[in-house]
Design a protein around this ligand. Structure first.
Ligand code: ZN
Ligand code: ZN
Length: 345
């Protein structure tokens, strides 16, 4: 099978590798869609010390869907031919944190496309069947691949639950930001501010439910946000991973507000005004992936409750993987989500 492997040269190379055999409890999946993620971008761009050191030789890809082609022993709840969304997180289930329910921070986690576990940018993948969520024939593979970022957005919302929250700001309108807007809007969240430096993403955010948008390439976000909500925002989701974004998030938050940091910041050290955070009594927390929300994400996508089709802006085959990353990393051509179909020519 063809595999796109990130080599120490930082180029992805197509290699021929053997199709894996499904072990006990695993299913073999023909991968049909893999969404490229901001975290993949950091590995390829080598713009963060942490990411660069870890991924010398790795298959990326963790937002994936495909079709089951074989079952390992002991798998009873799946059938060959089933269309599945792949939950990329395989926590050990045994450690202190897993037993306490914090499976998303399991130190012995296997996570697709995260060192040392190879990810989904390949034609076939063997993965625990319990982590494959079946879906109906009518749901496209690209839509199913979006279940992973949606699971993160759902988990972010759970983490940020403040019963009296009325207003929210989303900084960063990549896929997860745009999914968050869609989850917040039907709850009557208002104002619901979306900020980004790209016009096409802000247009999408507005269409998908943001009441106000700020183009951070043209406008000062802090004064702009103050005009939208003079008392601040009860919850601020930082989903940009930009060097300035954590500082903005703190400035936008209302007294007693909650700042959720979800962006991956390549600079490693983040900065915000300590006195602002202290005087407002802000809760500032970090978001780590998702936890127990994949099935809900698949169900919402299948029922058409979430717009994912407009978020998948580009599609490539595995042979064009470097073109796909070039486009994604240059933010060209109104890109939001790039999906790769390893079965395509
Ligand atoms: Zn991701
Ligand atoms: Zn564990």
């Amino acid at each position: 099978m063809k595999v796109a492997r990130l080599l120490p040269s930082r180029r992805l190379e197509l290699l021929d590798e053997p199709v894996p055999a499904p072990a006990l409890g695993d299913a073999l999946v023909q991968v049909r869609s893999v969404g490229l993620c901001g975290s993949d971008r950091h590995y390829v761009a080598a713009d963060s010390q942490v990411h660069t050191a870890e991924a010398a030789d790795l298959v990326l890809g963790h937002e994936a869907a495909g079709q089951v082609t074989a079952l390992g022993d002991g798998v009873t709840h799946l059938t060959v031919g089933a269309r599945v969304a792949i939950d990329p997180a395989h926590p050990c289930g045994q450690c202190h944190w897993c037993r306490a329910g914090h499976t998303n921070v399991c130190p012995d986690m296997r996570f697709l496309g995260y060192p040392p576990t190879d990810g989904a940018l390949r034609q076939y993948l063997a993965w625990p069947a319990e982590l494959l969520v079946p879906a109906g024939e009518q749901t496209s593979f690209d839509h199913l691949a979006m279940a992973e970022p949606l699971a993160i957005a759902l988990y972010a919302l759970q983490c940020a639950r403040r019963d009296d929250a009325q207003s929210a700001a989303v900084i960063g309108c990549g896929a997860i930001g745009l999914l968050l807007v869609q989850l917040l809007s039907p709850r009557g969240t208002s104002p619901l501010l979306a900020a980004d430096r790209f016009e096409h993403k802000l247009a999408l955010a507005r269409d998908l439910g943001a009441t106000d948008v700020i183009d951070t390439s043209k406008q000062d976000i802090v004064s702009g946000a103050e005009r939208v909500s003079p008392r601040g925002f009860d919850v601020v989701f930082e989903m940009a991973g930009d060097v300035d974004a954590p500082g903005w998030a703190v400035e936008l938050a209302a007294p007693a507000g909650h700042v959720l940091l979800g962006g991956i910041n390549p600079h490693e050290t983040i900065r915000y005004q300590a006195s602002t955070a202290r005087r407002r009594g802000l809760v500032i927390s970090n978001l780590r992936r998702s936890k127990d929300t994949t099935r809900q994400a698949v169900e919402m996508i299948e029922r058409g409750l979430i717009e994912v089709d407009r978020l998948v802006t580009h599609r490539f085959g595995l042979a064009q993987i470097n073109d796909a990353f070039d486009l994604f990393m240059a933010y060209r051509d109104d890109v939001v989500k790039v999906c790769i179909d390893p079965a395509a020519e």
